[in-house]
Design a protein around this ligand. Structure first.
Ligand SMILES: [Zn+2]
Length: 802
């Protein structure tokens, strides 16, 4: 697609002339970073001389109200005629009342009470909304001044504590020329925390990017995002097509030319083609790793553009300033050159570790799906494995140069490289090349183990076959259950980190320790949850090629599907690829998943209780500890497992479930799916029994397990086997459901272990509320008495076992 100039305000004629003289107003000389005069005024803004008294003034901001009972207000000096801040000293309260029950529950964790009402005597506000006018109109001149230290303290916090360049964010709005809805309050609370930060930002709040309202604490003892929710409609209407994501731009294409030296120093040139989602857009924000220092930014005519990137230890957010504003839909192309160390580290013996995993090039801070063309220059003798398909590989001037192209839109681009050995396998059904890479020598951190005889061989070359065969098995199972992938090449590479993997489009990093044998891992103290982790790490990462890399997920609230579906997928590999041994491991797997969810952590919380999966990593805070991972992965997996088990049928097995998953994959391939999108797809494929159970909707299930924190208990109180007049067995069963509210409902599966040891599915008992299901069930045609009746044999329902 041809790139047009950044500004389409100008007429076509002017643009044609612009071949010699570009549409952009030009800066004659490249300006040093952070030198835009308006930016510097905002950055160094101080209090104006005037002060005002306020009495009983209410500032309503979305779900928050600030009552300024009495006190003194001083405003900051105007910049380009706009006043962007105020300090208050006196007597005030802040009330916060989100409409979302889960957000009110989260606030309760902080306050240990029912309402959020924080008292304060000091408050700093920064804004581009109507706050100045709102205060000024009811204020009267005061005789006493304000403490300038309050404003300075807030500037120190954004720079040195939360590392967020608020000045650049304010500059965006000032250059946009119309009042935006930005409102930031530094609340020095008396009751809960004196380091509260409340934000409303139509471009996304600091920590919860796809949502505009957030209350967080930056105090060490209360750290957490205690409330976060979408901004009210009034603000949203001002935004263009990126409103859902709070994104100002859409990046269509990235051309990345990257050189990594032997000492791991990275230098890059990124040509980024994007279109504007906002009208009046001049200041554009990008994600870039703080140690990658921008050397210059140019437009498509090679003209230098001003940019902002403060020191790596301060608030190093990267912003580019265009000379003219863009309108909605205007296209633009900029080229950024950058370089630095510590984005990749040299781990010794030809092992490298990319630290800047997701920000090694300028990308959209709100996430995006883009096409990529990548070129890498690394030392001769090393190998590169990157996202996309390998277009070419050559050696030139002592460098190995590879070119990669995305097969479909990608959330991001990634790579792994080093002195690696490559081993390939060609799959025919589906057609795909799997390339595995292992480092020829172990990284430095294993040196301490070298002389210890317990560890034996630490070479990963001999361990390459294992992940290769696990990946092959996984691809076969997933293709059957979910449908084929669009990519034709999958790179699987070792990485030096021991305890986690990561999946990129067409590229998987496996922890180096997954290449070691069980004995080595045992001596390293890595027997996680009966070693199940090591059995599923490759299938989990391969599954992300479907969940996360083909179907993208919309926000942190939907990320449970990416991790949960991938964990679930790994269970399918255990069950389908390894015969009877795998069946046993399948049952162990779900047992282990349940334990993660219902066992208390050191802080005394069970993951299931702290909040719904849709709160994502926000569930980690100073009160509940680091708990999110133990909820999102296994409970996300359970949610899909429960749907599968509900859909399973004696005649057709998983057929209906496979249709559902294939539909979900094809509908959302290359797009971002939300939790509600998935619910709609499930509702489209409900079995008749499910339709009857939920009156044609899956609301009941999603309210209980996805948006809720329900955990029922089941007890099989009695099960007896008699014989009727025909000699057929009659099952007498008494099943109790407890620990739930009156509305909780569940079809509870009943199984029989037959006389010959086989376990068969009998049916489902529909139960509502705290209730008992008691029935005599004739088992027509069954003459031999079963050994047992069982419920939940395959962990079909996530519950606590009695
Ligand atoms: Zn994962």
């Amino acid at each position: 697609m041809p790139i047009q100039r950044c500004s389409l305000h100008v007429s076509l004629l002017v643009c044609i002339l612009a071949v010699a003289a570009p549409c952009f107003a030009q800066t004659a000389q490249p300006s040093p970073p952070n030198s835009d005069p308006t930016y510097l005024q905002i950055r160094n803004v101080g209090l104006a001389a005037e002060s005002f008294s306020v009495k009983d003034l209410d500032l309503k901001r979305d779900a928050a109200t600030f009552h300024l009972h009495s006190g003194t207000v001083c405003f900051v000096s105007p910049v380009q005629g706009v006043v962007t801040g105020a300090v208050f000293a006196g007597d005030g309260d802040m009330l916060l009342n989100p409409v979302q029950a889960s957000e009110r529950a989260s606030l309760k964790m902080l306050t240990k009470g029912d309402d959020f009402r924080e008292h304060f005597e000091r408050l700093v506000l920064r804004f581009t909304d109507s706050t100045y006018d709102d205060i000024k109109k009811s204020a009267t001149p005061a005789s006493t001044g304000c403490d300038a230290g309050l404003l300075k303290d807030s500037q120190h916090v954004t720079k040195k504590v939360i590392h967020f360049n608020l000045s650049a964010r304010i500059l965006q709005d000032i250059f946009q020329g119309e009042p935006s809805g930005l409102f930031v309050a530094f609340v020095h609370g008396k009751n809960y925390d004196d380091k509260l930060l409340f934000q409303i930002d139509p471009h996304g709040a600091f920590g919860s990017e796809t949502e505009g309202v957030e209350l967080r604490s930056y105090g060490e003892n209360k750290v957490g995002a205690w409330a976060s929710f979408p901004i009210s409609k009034v603000y949203r209407q001002k935004l263009g097509p990126g409103a859902a994501r709070n994104s100002s731009i859409h990046i269509e294409h990235q051309q990345l030319d990257t050189t990594i030296e032997k000492n791991a120093h990275l230098s890059g040139k990124a040509t980024t083609s994007f279109l504007s989602h906002d009208s009046g857009l001049r200041v554009i924000s990008f994600n870039l790793h703080p140690t990658l220092r921008v050397q210059g930014v140019t437009d498509q005519n090679g003209q230098s553009l001003p940019f902002i990137q403060e020191d790596k230890d301060d608030d190093p957010d990267f912003y580019v300033i265009l000379p003219k504003a863009l309108s909605i839909g205007d296209k633009c192309q900029i080229t950024t050159t950058y370089a630095g160390k510590d984005a990749v580290t040299n781990e010794g013996n030809g092992n490298y570790y990319p630290i800047a995993r997701e920000d090694w090039y300028p990308s959209n801070p709100r996430g995006d799906q883009s096409q990529y063309d990548l070129t890498f220059h690394i030392a001769k003798g090393m190998k590169m494995a990157a996202t996309g398909s390998l277009v070419s590989e050559r050696v030139e001037d002592g460098k190995n140069i590879t070119v990669w192209k995305s097969d479909a839109v990608q959330d991001m681009a990634g790579f792994q490289f080093g002195r690696m050995k490559e081993e390939d396998a060609k799959l025919t059904s589906p057609e795909m090349l799997i390339a595995t890479y292992a480092n020829e020598e172990p990284p430095d951190w294993t040196q301490r183990l070298k002389d210890d005889p317990r560890f034996g061989n630490l070479s990963t070359i001999s361990g390459m076959k294992q992940p290769l065969s696990e990946a092959q098995a996984s691809i076969a199972v997933y293709t059957d259950f979910f449908g084929p992938l669009a990519i034709k090449r999958l790179n699987i590479s070792q990485q030096t980190a021991c305890n986690y993997g990561q999946s990129w489009p067409g590229l998987i990093w496996l922890p180096v320790c997954s290449f070691y044998d069980g004995t080595v891992r045992h001596w390293l103290g890595l027997d996680f949850s009966d070693n199940i982790y090591w059995k599923v790490v490759t299938p989990h990462e391969v599954a992300h090629q479907w969940w996360g890399n083909t179907v993208h997920f919309f926000s942190y609230r939907d990320n449970w599907m990416s991790e949960g579906f991938s964990d679930f997928s790994a269970s399918l590999v255990l069950q389908n690829a390894y015969g009877p041994k795998g069946q046993k491991e399948f049952i162990n797997f779900w047992n282990s998943e349940r334990k993660y969810i219902v066992e208390k952590n050191i802080q005394g919380f069970r993951p299931i209780d702290v909040g719904p999966v849709t709160m994502g990593y926000r569930l980690n805070n100073s009160r509940t500890g680091s708990i999110a991972r133990d909820l999102i992965y296994p409970k996300g997996a359970f949610i899909l497992h429960m749907i599968r088990m509900m859909m399973w049928d004696r005649q057709s097995g998983d057929q209906q479930f496979k249709i559902l998953m294939k539909d979900f994959l094809t509908t959302y391939a290359g797009k971002s799916a939300s939790t509600e999108d998935f619910k709609t797809t499930v509702e489209k494929h409900m079995t008749n029994q499910m339709k009857g159970f939920g009156n044609g909707s899956m609301n009941w299930f999603f309210d209980e397990y996805v948006y809720g924190t329900a955990l029922p208990s089941y007890r099989l109180d009695a099960a007896s086997f008699d014989t009727d007049a025909n000699g057929d067995v009659v099952l007498g069963i008494k099943l109790i459901q407890s620990g739930v509210d009156d509305k909780f409902q569940m079809p509870v599966p009943i199984y029989l272990e037959l006389a010959d040891g086989r376990v068969i599915f009998l049916g489902r008992a529909g139960m509502i509320g705290n209730t008992t299901f008691e029935q005599k069930i004739p088992l027509k045609g069954l003459k031999d008495k079963p050994r047992h009746a069982l419920i939940n044999y395959y962990d079909d329902v996530l519950c606590s076992l009695n």
